[in-house]
Design a protein around this ligand. Sequence first.
Ligand code: 13P
Length: 340
Amino acid sequence: MDLAALNDIANKMVEKGKGILAADESSGTIKKRFDQINVESTENNRRDYREMLFRSEGMQHVSGVILFDETIRQNAADGTPLVKLIQDAGAVPGIKVDAGAKELAGAPGEKVTEGLDGLRERLAEYHAIGARFAKWRAVIDIAEDIPSQYCLNANAHALARYAALCQEAGIVPIVEPEVLMDGGHDIDRCAEVTEAALDALYAELFVQRVQLEGTVLKPNMVVSGKKNAVQAGVEEVAEKTIKVLKRCVPSAVPGIAFLSGGQSDEEATAHLNAMNAIGNLPWNLTFSYGRALQAPALKAWNGQAENVTKAQAVFTHRAKMNGLATRGDWKSEMERGLAV
Ligand code: 13P
């Protein structure tokens, strides 16, 4: 394993001023997004939408793009591989390699992520196409009696097996143990579960000999459950997230790229900004947003070729705001200049 090369890639992914665009929606998820704007989810529409993003000015603020299997093989309308568009924009192409979260046997309501069989061969192929990092997402739900330690351990074990195979293939693993924000729990319960999930993860990464300098963590932020009547403010989210991360994430990890998980686009930016404003952290903190980066652009595009320029401007604005948040330089007044 060439750890120095992996560390270079990881550092590039979490470079200050930039972040990761999660554009790896599976066929089912992109259909749901397109349904919201009444656009049919055809191969060409999916290509046109993603090509629009990859050709936008906003790519200046993007360090890497996570792709789905279909997209990493697609060409732009003029025949240029989409992977080349991403590389030409100065970003690193990445690939989602998990096969989704499935019911965990013997644990009602809990899930484990699948996709390890044949992964070594798939990683070799993706590397040949140009992927230099990968993503694997574990899903951890909070309810009265869950998650169980069994669920946390099973997911951590799979994440570590995936991460070790990635490093063997010269690919930086993004390890993503996502604690969902859908429940009625309070922010302290989210903190407790996030800490337990991260503890289980780093224990397994150690056992399975994953070299942390060649990894990137993609965690949830510590937030109130969506259905809780009390919603913690920006400062509380920032402080509690940093507290948990400091307890669990070794400083050998080059960077942490948060998922947005259902937060509004501006909330996700405000939270990232507040954490970076705290400063003095052992790792770079950036974004790896899907919905919080794309939602306004998707709406502005609406499936119409004549809206491409407008939608690109909207995407660029969001990417720029999040880029500023990686330095703690974002202010809410900056949002007013560009309404959709
Ligand atoms: P969201 O930012 O929409 O949560 O998506 C990020 C992602 O890649 C989840 O795996």
